[in-house]
Ligand binder design. Sequence first.
Ligand code: NAP
Length: 323
Amino acid sequence: MRKVRVVVIGSGPAGLTAALYTARAQLSTVVITGMQLGGQIATTHEVDNFPGFPEGVLGPDLADKMQKQAERFGAEMVYDLVTEVDFTAGSPFTVKTQNETFLADSVIVTIGASPRRLWVPGETEFTGRGVSWCATCDGFFFRGKDIVVAGGGDSALQEAIFLTKFANTVTVIHRRDTLRASTALQARAFANEKIRFVYDTVIEAIKGEDNMVNAVSLKHLKTGEVRDFKTDGVFIFIGYDPNSEVFGGQIDTDAAGYVMVNNRMQTNVEGVFAGGEIHDDIFRQAITAAGEGCAAALMAINWLGEREGNGLLQTIEATLEPA
Ligand code: NAP
């Protein structure tokens, strides 16, 4: 068992920002990264709206810079998955990963959300064989191919635009006749001659031959018509679900599983803070996640300071002093 001051669960913009602040406040900090260091931003091709990058920045590069900045102040990345926590006895809290057990004075939960599945026949069978949730990772394999994208939100259009770098055509299949994506992204997608739209339609099944996708079965929701549509690949961008199951009900969530916090980013467990997409189902931007990670870290620093008699202001000031 390893004793640390702060365990940050998750390594997206919220987690890496939280770790930057707690490590810089001289608190030993371990970040349990999960499967994807950098979280969702690391699987996003281009990020146009993170301040400080006037020309935009590649998602993996942004994640890499955030990691290095947290490490510069001593945060340690642990490439592992949290399997279990015990928050019942209060601080110090037990956080178990597949390989290690940590005892932490404070925990910051930034475990984020995972991409939703369609839950249709063929989806699991053809995962990695034409079905993907990551355009950045898999787009390259679809050079000159015809592919479909499921979804009508910002992710679907942003990634559809990216996929046109490789694919011959990208057909966006959306279940309504109005897109959810921002008007700016819609304008870019409409102007891209490789992108087509099929509205009021859902994918009912993913089909294939020789272990590769070759068609989707589409159902028109207004007419009920079902037809096969030839495609070489299916990219799914239909939103995300919060990863709160690992807490086994020890921290309060809303009905959808989003962790609830007070205005000090504190969960119902004193000393356990949360920020980013595990808590925020409204803004869901890399910059808002980073902001919430910062706020959760400042509150964790405060909480530890108050508890240990260091005084709230002194502790905060220590984090704000130039390095
Ligand atoms: P989202 O905004 O929740 O959109 C999900 C899309 O998938 C919606 O069009 C939804 O249809 C559709 N959908 C959901 N479940 C479905 C199902 N079972 N079958 C078929 N379609 C389904 O998710 P997102 O696009 O991943 O975006 C998540 C958040 O990140 C948003 O807040 C977004 O603004 C943000 N984001 C921002 C940017 C950017 O600023 N550049 C880029 C990416 C993401 P309905 O429209 O009918 O609900």
